[in-house]
Design a protein around this ligand. Structure first.
Ligand code: NAD
Length: 491
């Protein structure tokens, strides 16, 4: 390790360029990666930053999390568990009221976790004036697409404007929402500076100011809902500051709850890293979806092929086909980059092609429902179809962008009567792109349906019983793997 600095947690802030870090809380070395730290010179913290740094490291800091959804609420609870005093902010008064009453509105977060956090001082509020009391402010607000599939940054913009009047000297403001490279610098920072009463400025890339500045960083959320293979704490956290001081503050902030932070050289690199991760998934899912279509024609079981290929110990990572993409990330985030790329006269062809393949999957499922009914001498028009699963993937209570919503629409267009069952959704009302007003149908008397369509492979379904009681099962997830029956049509 000659030529590298080995620093303890306490003096880590003095070195922006070391290639090895210590976990300040356990005093043991962890393998941290410093990626492309072009400004690998020493980062000396001015007094206003050093005070925040010390409080963040000692976990006596106050943390404000804005946007208490699927990302912001679990994040708030992690900080609270680690001993920080956390205040959650949301414009949704229903969520604030639930949390203040110790109730959870996310299935996988039990109410008792909210109650425990409240006993440790966690509060929720819609009053942004409390932001001025925080050492660090983290924005976890939505970044959807417009009707024309363009980035809708209104939540980031509006939240930044709401935060601006309450920003105080030395505070750290971090954006976690997924977005295109340049958003933190081009959208958030200008809004924070313009609306800031005392006239504070973001610390620039030059000489550190002793007064009159605050700090800005970007750190993407990498959670994979429903994935229990990696503890949240063990997912390394990417941090990229607008300059070196912000990077150090963000790193020490997240090292309070994550085993490892990965410093990158800028907010843009951090923003692009998140998009690369999601585009990688989107493109690989499209690849297996396309190969599934071919395999169906060739009479080859694509899932068996993927499992066999996955035994290769290097060079292959399995992705699985399905009825289409869902959630707030994979179907949306790649288009943030393809939109931005046009500014550079650049076409992101992989993203467009992947989108085309993945978006055709719901229609493919509907085609197979028709095929299955046809085998039973029936038509889609007039058929009673029970769809299993409204969530976009198994064992979660999130239906944003779920392909189930598209499939319902397509089947209804062809005259089918569609009912659904989903243990995570007793009812489905109205969302950004749907207005269903449906209630989950009990899983009984399955023989009454012309077709049972598996859209989500929830773990608590008994697939053997479902197959044995149904007339026809169309399976878009290989949930019936290992069950042999002429009633099953896998697609
Ligand atoms: N859900 C995931 O698994 C996941 C994973 C990685 C990244 N992300 C990204 O994280 C971001 C947040 O996603 P999410 O799933 O938590 O969204 P969400 O819709 O579940 O939660 C967002 C919350 O922000 C609140 N909000 C909106 N505008 C606000 C404002 N002006 N002030 C205060 N609160 C406001 C909403 O009321 C809502 O409670 C998105 O950019 C998303 O792409 C999500």
């Amino acid at each position: 390790m000659a030529g590298r600095s080995l620093l303890c947690g306490a003096c880590r802030a003095l070195c922006g360029g070391c290639h090895e870090l210590y976990d300040g809380h356990k005093s043991k070395r962890v393998d941290a990666i410093i990626v492309n730290m072009s400004n690998a010179s020493r980062v000396v913290l001015p007094q206003i930053a050093q005070e925040r740094f010390n409080r963040l490291e000692a976990r006596t800091a106050r943390i404000g999390v804005i946007g208490l959804g699927y990302v912001g609420l679990p994040l708030s609870l992690l900080f609270s568990e680690a001993g920080f005093t956390v205040t959650g902010f949301d414009i949704d008064s229903g969520k604030v009221a639930d949390l203040e009453a110790g109730r959870s509105y996310i299935f996988r977060i039990p109410g008792k976790e909210i109650e425990s956090a409240r006993q440790r001082g966690f509060t929720a509020t819609a009053d942004f004036a409390h932001l001025s009391e925080q050492d660090a402010i983290i924005l976890c607000v939505p970044t959807p697409l417009t009707e024309h599939r363009e980035p809708d940054l209104s939540f980031v913009e509006n939240t930044s404007k709401s935060v601006a009047p309450w920003v105080r000297e030395g505070q750290l403001v971090v954006l976690e929402s997924t977005t295109y490279p340049g958003t933190t610098e081009g959208v958030m920072i200008p809004a924070l500076e313009a609306g800031n009463g005392p006239g504070l400025k973001v610390q620039g890339k030059g000489v550190p100011a002793e007064r009159g500045v605050f700090y800005v960083a970007y750190s993407p959320e990498r959670e994979d809902p429903g994935n229990v293979t990696v503890a949240r704490r063990d997912i390394p956290k990417i941090v990229g500051g607008h300059e070196g001081i912000a990077t150090e503050l963000a790193a020490v902030l997240y090292e309070g709850i994550f085993a490892q932070s990965v410093r990158v050289s800028s907010t843009r690199v951090a923003e692009m890293t998140k998009l690369l991760e999601n585009i990688y998934r989107c493109v690989n899912i499209a690849l297996v979806n396309e190969l599934k279509l071919l395999s169906l024609r060739m009479g080859v079981d694509i899932w068996e092929v993927i499992d066999a290929a996955a035994t290769k110990p290097f060079g292959f990572q399995p992705f699985y086909p399905g009825p289409g993409l869902g959630g707030h990330c994979i179907p949306i985030d790649p288009y943030y980059l393809s939109w931005k790329a046009r500014e550079y006269d650049f076409n992101t062809r992989f993203i467009e092609l992947a989108g085309e393949v993945n978006e055709s999957m719901p229609a493919h499922v509907v085609q197979y429902v028709g095929k299955g009914l046809n085998q039973n001498k029936k038509a889609v028009n007039g058929a009673r179809i029970l769809m299993l699963g409204m969530a976009y993937k198994k064992d979660i209570d999130d239906l944003r962008e779920s392909p189930s919503l598209t499939v319902i629409e397509l089947l209804r267009e062809q005259g089918a009567e569609v009912l659904y069952n989903d243990p995570y959704f007793p009812t489905v009302g109205r969302g950004r792109h749907y207005n269903l007003n449906m209630t989950s149908t009990p899983l009984t008397d399955l023989e009454q349906y012309d077709c049972v369509l598996i859209m989500t492979d929830h773990s608590n379904y008994d697939y053997r019983t479902i197959v044995s009681e149904s007339q026809l099962v169309v399976d878009s997830r290989n949930a019936t793997k290992g069950i042999r029956s002429a009633k099953i049509l896998r697609c």
